[in-house]
Ligand binder design. Structure first.
Ligand code: NAD
Length: 470
């Protein structure tokens, strides 16, 4: 059997590496039009940082795992084609700002149709709107000239989380496969399930109809983001009342109906998926006339924006309502720990909000490349969604990047912790405090530091969703 995967990104690379590792008899080729990305996958400096990924890739690469830019050849030869291309939010035209942009998906489908000389199973690995399989089927059927070639489309959404991708792929909570309720649909499901059964217990492989599988992925991301927005909304109430959000989270998380995961208050969710998938869900609801349902889910995003804005306003008001010309050290820029990914990271809006008020930020992140930070922070005018008198252009000189935490904090008035990197807990904060302007503030946007210890050193500490300094 030969598998090809179109798209060598955060999903295509790790998922195919795991399949290749666990199924040595299957040839797996990951193809991409991005030459630099493929070259990186073929080197020891992979294009993405993910704990344990290099070891998995090295174990299978050259044996039965290959990375190539020859899309036509490998897709043409494959029995199963995974499509794991990006499905960002549309930026122009009908549905701009909400609908999923399926340009890359449609492009991939046209390539599959034009190069296929044999029947294939086409697997939707990307997150797509419900009913996408219908549209893709039309593109495939009408563009393939060989009448003997049949395509069976399956939905097999990916649930891995960045930062724990290898653990998640090694022992998934479930593998979801959606297909048609026909003889050929059942056969295709059985073939794909057979691949996963090399390492995933059978009772963890769930089979559904196509539309349920497509919708389950959007729903899963919407509900995960909703939990974060829910607990963040409570963090605001905690700050206003003297309750402690960590105590509240622990108290409710012990209820088995609620469970303890995803209850950490934070500066907000980020990553390439949550916002885009909720917007996509909102758009789908609107197009089928369910405006109230659309409004319900949209509120999850509004709450996330509010949390970021609230954090910045708290920093400003704590620092005597002026941060002009003050240096603020930012610890962490990635949207979560153990990844170098900055897509939709809350750090972007927070840094830009601080700079718009006149502060200069000095960012330290153990994994994110300097160029990425400069690119993300940009220099165009920054405006919160809810316009504020603070919105104004940002000067590039307000951005600095440090190669270590000490350098970031030297001569700074405050430290903002924006990512929950474990190493932030291990620093010598006395030494850091000694180099800072006094009073020195810590704004812990992830509640990961030892606040009492910091207060004993002399810091003024603002923890998220917790009572202020006594
Ligand atoms: P990505 O941008 O990292 O990778 C997509 C890759 O597809 C790019 O390298 C791009 O060059 C390539 N590509 C696009 N069109 C192509 C074509 N016609 N031929 C060959 N290559 C092409 O994206 P990602 O983060 O891997 O996400 C892929 C999909 O998986 C998205 O739909 C996303 O929503 C979903 N998803 C992502 C995650 C995650 O954690 N990142 C988790 C689950 C699901």
């Amino acid at each position: 059997m030969k598998i090809a995967c179109i798209g060598a990104g955060y999903v295509g690379g790790p998922t195919m590496a795991m399949i290749a590792l666990k199924c040595p008899e299957i040839e797996v080729v990951v193809v991409d039009i991005n030459e630099a990305r493929i070259a990186a996958w073929n080197s020891d400096k992979l294009p993405i940082y993910e704990p344990g990924l290099l070891e998995v890739v090295k174990a299978a690469r050259g044996r039965n795992l290959f990375f190539s830019t020859d899309v036509n050849k490998h897709v043409g030869e494959a029995d199963i084609v995974f499509v794991s291309v990006n499905t960002p939010t549309k930026t122009r035209g009908v549905g701009a700002g909400k609908a999923a942009d399926l340009t890359y998906w449609e492009g991939a489908a046209r390539v599959i149709a034009s190069v296929s000389k044999s029947s294939k199973i086409i697997v939707e690995k990307s997150t797509v709107p419900v009913k996408t399989a219908d549209a893709i089927e039309k593109v495939l059927r009408r563009n393939c000239t060989d009448p003997n070639v049949q395509f069976e489309i399956l939905s097999n959404p990916e649930f891995l989380a960045e930062g724990t991708a290898i653990e998640d792929l090694m022992a998934p909570d479930r593998v979801l496969i959606g297909g048609k309720d026909t003889e050929s649909g059942h056969a295709a499901i059985a073939t794909l399930a057979g691949v996963y059964e090399h390492w995933v217990p059978k009772d963890r492989i769930l089979c559904t109809n196509l539309w349920s599988a497509e919708l389950s992925k959007l729903t899963a991301n919407a509900m995960l983001a909703q939990r974060i927005s829910s607990v963040n909304s409570i963090s605001a109430l905690c700050e206003a009342t003297g309750a402690d959000v960590q105590q509240v989270s622990r108290s409710i998380g012990t209820d088995t109906r609620i469970g303890p995961k995803f209850l950490n208050a934070s500066v907000g969710f980020g990553g390439s998926c949550f916002q885009k998938d909720i917007l996509n869900l909102v758009y789908i609801c609107e197009t089928v006339g369910l405006q109230e349902v659309a409004n319900y889910w949209h509120q999850v995003i509004l709450m996330n924006d509010y949390q970021k804005q609230r954090f910045v306003e708290r920093v400003i008001s704590a620092m005597f309502n002026t941060i002009k010309k003050k240096k603020i050290a930012v610890y962490g820029f990635a949207f979560k720990k153990d990844t170098g990914d900055t897509r939709e990271t809350p750090a972007i809006d927070i840094c830009r909000g601080l700079m718009a008020d006149g502060a200069s930020v000095c960012v330290y992140d153990p994994q994110v490349e300097d160029e990425q930070i400069y690119q993300d922070l940009g220099t165009e005018k920054f405006e919160w969604d809810h316009p504020s008198p603070r919105s104004r252009p940002i000067s590039k000189t307000a951005i600095d990047i440090a190669s270590n935490p000490m350098e970031a904090a030297r001569d700074a008035h405050a430290i903002c912790v924006l990512t929950e990197w474990d190493e932030f807990k291990t620093y010598d904060y006395q030494a850091i405090y000694d180099t800072m302007v006094k009073p020195a503030f810590v704004f812990d946007g992830r509640n990961i530091l030892d606040h009492q210890k910091l207060r004993d050193i002399g810091f003024i500490v603002y923890a998220l969703g917790k009572p202020l300094d006594p």
